[in-house]
Design a protein around this ligand. Sequence first.
Ligand SMILES: [Zn+2]
Length: 149
Amino acid sequence: MDGYNAARREPNRERLAARRKNPKYRDADLARLAARREAMPHEAWEHSYRARAHRYGFEPIVESFTRDELIEAYGAHCWHCTAGAFEELDHYPVPVSRGGAHRLDNVRPSCLKCNRASWRDTPAPIAEEPPALARTGEAIDRAGLALAV
Ligand SMILES: [Zn+2]
């Protein structure tokens, strides 16, 4: 099974790399991707969450929910300050760095400012500090999340 996939992965990777370089397809592909992210932000959230959980050494816990379900549960504004717009998904009360689940009961809509603030105030995980690489990835990942929302 693994061999079957591996044998097809390499040629496919080359084909996709060539396609990405071709301006004829590149712009259309990027536009399609952006439209998909806008239509289904929860896919990007889950993807980003899984990567972050793995980086922190936790097994990701994902229970799918849509943006609409999140808004129905917590409103369309920042859950923390209630004044800010829903710009990012905040894993709250248990942050991803402490093994927080990607579940409707552990996420809140957040404005950028509040999400950044809660990130700063979050104490380091009890077990050990995440490695420097994880912190760097975290920053990149959160930026990616902001783009995706
Ligand atoms: Zn806020």
